[in-house]
Design a protein around this ligand. Structure first.
Ligand code: GTQ
Ligand code: FE2
Length: 332
């Protein structure tokens, strides 16, 4: 029998000979940077054009020109939301895990599973997978925050579920600050399985910044400067099983060494200006910009100013570690 005959016979029976197949290997992905000015312009126009009742969320997402999906990476996404004074973004839940990192404004709150979490610049608020959440702006000015989600990963697993709450707002059933009292201090680890998913929580900027400043004198990573992970306060592990949130500080003119790893990271510049070398090229960044460092691309960071620089980021390292796929290598 001829090989071509065999192949066509197999094809008719929904089969394929492995001799024909070349399994596609990892293809290197291109980095990309989104500038703050264009994004802010889009947000201002959206806040005039789109009513909050019209859009489930008034958010603008980052889209990589190098991917087949509308996303900045194949696992994680960034979008930016603007909520005007008096507006309520109605309650819903989904099994994408989400985070809010407040970029501009104050006097708003997100309600998560019955607790109000105040939002001001630099605060990080967690809404784990399947928790009810609605957003409120009680201040006189618009508020802008960064949404980080594991959406592309959840969609690629075809396991995305979504529910709208029966009313625009969920009832508040807990004291503000309750989660901090219950979880935010050292105590015996919880046995409760639901905590493995992550917990509703707020990391206040004041505390984050104090911790970073204290660390920066003593503990510095050669590849990441002074880096802080926002840990799940119930388990001491990653923020979520699908996503780690981190913030890092680079001192004036600090330059890191090159490495690469199998996790993908999305960055947002919270303060300062600098340059991240990725692969053959580099991304030059300043406050408000966002960028992606795709997996396995050698990269290093440099603070180009005489003041400190701060990068907030999310990455999919927890997934890579859980699947025994995490690998890291030093560069030259
Ligand atoms: O605020 O609940 O940017 O569910 C994307 C999906 C924001 C949100 C986004 C969401 C939200
Ligand atoms: Fe949501």
């Amino acid at each position: 029998m001829k090989l071509t005959e065999l192949d066509s016979e197999l094809e008719k029976n929904q089969l394929a000979g492995f001799w024909k197949t070349r399994v596609p290997l990892h293809a290197s992905e291109a980095p990309y940077l989104w500038k703050w000015e264009e994004l802010l312009d889009g947000l201002m126009k959206a806040s005039e054009t789109i009513g909050i009742e019209q859009a489930e969320r008034r958010a603008i997402q980052l889209v990589s020109p190098h991917l087949p999906i509308k996303s900045p990476s194949h696992t994680l996404q960034f979008s930016f939301s603007i909520v005007n004074p008096g507006e309520v973004a109605r309650a819903h839940r989904h099994n994408m895990a989400a985070i809010r990192f407040v970029v501009q404004g104050k006097g708003a709150y997100t309600a998560v599973d019955g607790e109000k979490f105040p939002m001001a610049e630099g605060d990080l608020i967690l809404t784990p997978n399947w928790t009810w959440h609605d957003h409120h702006n009680e201040s006189e000015d618009p508020i802008i925050w960064l949404d980080g989600l594991d959406g592309p990963l959840i969609r690629s697993l075809n396991v995305l579920f979504f529910e709208e709450y029966e009313k625009p707002e969920q009832p508040v059933t807990r004291e503000t600050g309750e989660s901090l009292s219950r979880l935010g201090f050292a105590r015996a680890p919880k046995k409760d399985e639901t905590h493995l998913r992550g917990v509703p929580f707020r990391y206040a900027w004041q505390d984050t910044y104090k911790a970073l400043k204290t660390m920066s004198d003593s503990e510095r990573d050669p590849y990441d400067g002074t880096l802080l992970r926002y840990i799940n306060p119930a388990t001491g592990g990653f923020t979520y099983p699908t996503m780690s949130c981190e913030i890092q500080l680079f001192k004036a003119r600090e330059k890191t060494r090159i490495h690469r790893h199998t996790s993908t990271a999305l960055y947002h510049v919270f303060k300062g200006r600098g340059r991240t070398a990725v692969g053959e090229g580099h991304l030059e960044w300043k406050k408000g910009d966002s960028f992606v460092v795709p997996l396995w691309q050698p990269h290093s960071h440099e603070n180009l100013s005489d003041e400190e620089a701060l990068l907030f980021s999310i990455n999919d390292r927890p997934v890579m570690e859980a699947l025994q796929l995490y690998r890291e290598e030093a560069g030259n």
